[in-house]
Design a protein around this ligand. Structure first.
Ligand SMILES: [Zn+2]
Length: 205
């Protein structure tokens, strides 16, 4: 399965396994842990060494996440968005402006590297010294790439009971983000059908 930083960012709001929703970025400590877990995805854009989130970086990342989730909601529409924040989505034009503004905070220059015996590779050279700005801008660029790429059309909000995840459909008929969600959704449908059958059997005809 492929991993996209934008999807990983959106997925920090998730089902807690008990019917509620939990936020991996609720604290600066949790945010630091999340950034470290993304190290591979963001390696090209971050300075070496560990990046520790403070409250300011945490709130900037969660604000960026709000804009990403609002644009994910737009991408899956007219299907319903994730229920986690469906009632308090940032307006799409505001989300777009915020995403672009965060991406614009880091001036970058495309560079090509082509070592003998290896394939040419493109990378972005940064003129930004602040690692927090680099991280934010890298996440924003990743979201721009994601939403303007072919995977946008495969983006779905999982419709399983209680699930709040967005996911990228990897095969034609996939309806749920993971097999356990499919099992839960099928069980719920089965239960509903049985209840309807019982209801109609006691309704006088
Ligand atoms: Zn799911």
């Amino acid at each position: 399965m492929e991993h996209w930083p934008a999807l990983e960012l959106a997925s920090t709001i998730r089902h807690d396994g008990e019917g509620g929703v939990t936020d991996d970025l609720a604290t600066a400590h949790g945010t630091t842990r999340w950034i470290q877990a993304q190290a591979d995805l963001l390696a090209d854009h971050l300075p070496a060494g560990e990046l520790t989130a403070d409250e300011r970086l945490r709130s900037e990342i969660t604000e960026l996440r709000r804009s990403v989730r609002a644009l994910f909601a737009r991408a899956v529409s007219p299907a319903p968005p994730s229920s986690a924040d469906a009632q308090r989505l940032m307006p799409a034009d505001q989300a777009l402006a915020h995403l672009n503004a965060v991406a614009a905070r880091e001036p970058v220059v495309p560079q090509m590297r082509w070592l003998p015996e290896s394939a040419p590779a493109a990378r972005l050279l940064s003129a930004e010294n602040d690692p927090n700005v680099r991280l934010l801008a890298a996440l924003a660029r990743a979201a721009i790439d994601f939403l303007s790429g072919p995977q946008r059309e495969q983006l779905r909000a999982c419709t399983a009971p209680r699930c709040v995840r967005y996911f990228v459909k990897s095969h034609g008929r996939q309806e749920w983000c993971k097999p356990s969600c499919g099992n839960r959704a099928r069980a719920a449908r089965h239960y509903q059908r049985q209840r309807m059958a019982t209801d109609s059997s006691i309704t006088p005809s």
